[in-house]
Design a protein around this ligand. Sequence first.
Ligand code: SF4
Ligand code: SF4
Length: 140
Amino acid sequence: MLKAAFNALKNLFSTPATIDYPFEKSPKNKEARGLILFEEPKCIWCLKCEDVCPPGAIRFTQDRESFDYTYHYNPYLCIYCSECVRACPDSAVALSQCNELSPPTDDKNMNDNWFKIEKEAEESKIAVKELKKIKKEESS
Ligand code: SF4
Ligand code: SF4
């Protein structure tokens, strides 16, 4: 009883054990692997990250006219395995991993739209391949 009263008094004057997340961030842990950060200017568009990602959380769609790629990342699918970071060539180093574990809460449509992105990623690459083939045939 006395011990309980003592603990109650002690807790009354101690700082809370929890933090006011997301306004206050957890202390950084060097070992932590979190969300993927992409730096487009460094990317050489080798698509290795897309190939190695186990859950398919990285997808590239391709523009049918300019053939330019667009990077898409689904933080809700990502399992923080770091395979994409390892696959990114030394000549690019366009991917890194922060220790933020929580996906943004303002992108609630990401999972709803992801199947469309996946479909477009596949279809656009096939279409561009065909277009390039036709252009090559026309020029030869
Ligand atoms: S950390 Fe793993 S799951 Fe997340 S995007 Fe990279 S390869 Fe995919
Ligand atoms: S592996 Fe790196 S360089 Fe290659 S497409 Fe992915 S981010 Fe770009």
